[in-house]
Design a protein around this ligand. Structure first.
Ligand SMILES: [Zn+2]
Ligand SMILES: [Zn+2]
Ligand SMILES: [Zn+2]
Length: 244
């Protein structure tokens, strides 16, 4: 049993992460250990992202930083959603712009302090139409998705799936209390974790299921229980019909 920081056999108190890596307790006390910003594994502190985040080699090798890949992942997510009846009038969501932003920019957009847990946000604006209100009874919605930089492929896809379900709820006029709204969006993220092949998926699934957050965690567990009873397709139908 070796410590991942000093490489020595561990004899005293130690900590371990989800992946079974162990570190001497003293390194934690002395701030000599970081956790991968994505998968949480213990590692030597490094600034992998240029903004203070440490990422392990595996996670660093799969980060999504270009829009082409983001667009490919968007298509994949929409295919997955279509299988459970989640559709959009703008079939491929071509009108939805995705931008990858730094933690500082994300904080600015949210008007909140920097928080690396904020991996994505969707801003929806509604227009009552371009040329006078008389001809437009239905408001047109425009969505902009901001995604945090240096998310790994699975994390990016799951976060984007979450955001896309916000768009879906907005487009369908679904008005749920925050707990159910976020819980349903998290179900979208979970679907992606269940579908994608990645070494790191077990960590994300566990984090979601065990999240102590009263909105995101409780909301997601509520949706898991509903899915258990009715199945995924019905779950989204119920959302649309105001039965959730
Ligand atoms: Zn050690
Ligand atoms: Zn990692
Ligand atoms: Zn959300």
């Amino acid at each position: 049993m070796k410590c991942v920081i000093c490489g020595c056999p561990i004899c005293g108190q130690y900590y371990y992460d989800h992946w079974g890596n162990k570190v001497c307790a003293i390194h934690v006390t002395n701030n000599e250990v970081a956790r991968c910003a994505s998968c949480g594994q213990y590692m030597v502190p490094t600034d992998s992202t240029g903004d203070g985040r440490a990422l392990c080699g595996v996670c660093m090798s799969s980060v999504v930083m270009d829009i082409e890949e983001a667009e490919r992942l968007k298509k994949y997510i929409l295919r997955k959603f279509l299988e459970v009846g989640v559709e959009f009038s703008d079939k491929n969501l071509d009108s939805v712009n995705i931008e990858i932003v730094s933690p500082e920019r994300m904080a600015e957009i949210r008007q909140q302090p920097v928080n690396l847990m904020n991996k994505g946000i969707t801003l929806t604006r509604s227009f009552s139409g371009g040329f006078g209100p008389i001809f437009n009874t239905k408001a047109r919605l425009e969505h902009q998705v901001y995604m945090l930089s240096y998310l790994t492929r699975v994390e990016f896809a799951a976060t984007l799936a979450h955001e896309i379900l916000h768009i879906w709820q907005n487009e369908n006029g679904i008005k749920l209390p925050p707990m159910k709204c976020e819980g349903l969006c998290n179900m979208g993220a979970y679907m992606i974790y269940e579908d994608m092949n990645s070494l790191k998926v077990s960590f994300f699934k566990k984090s979601m299921v065990e999240s102590p957050d009263p909105i995101y965690g409780d909301g997601f567990r509520y949706m898991l229980a509903e899915r258990e009873k009715h199945g995924l397709k019905r779950l989204f139908e119920m959302a649309k019909q105001g039965q959730l």
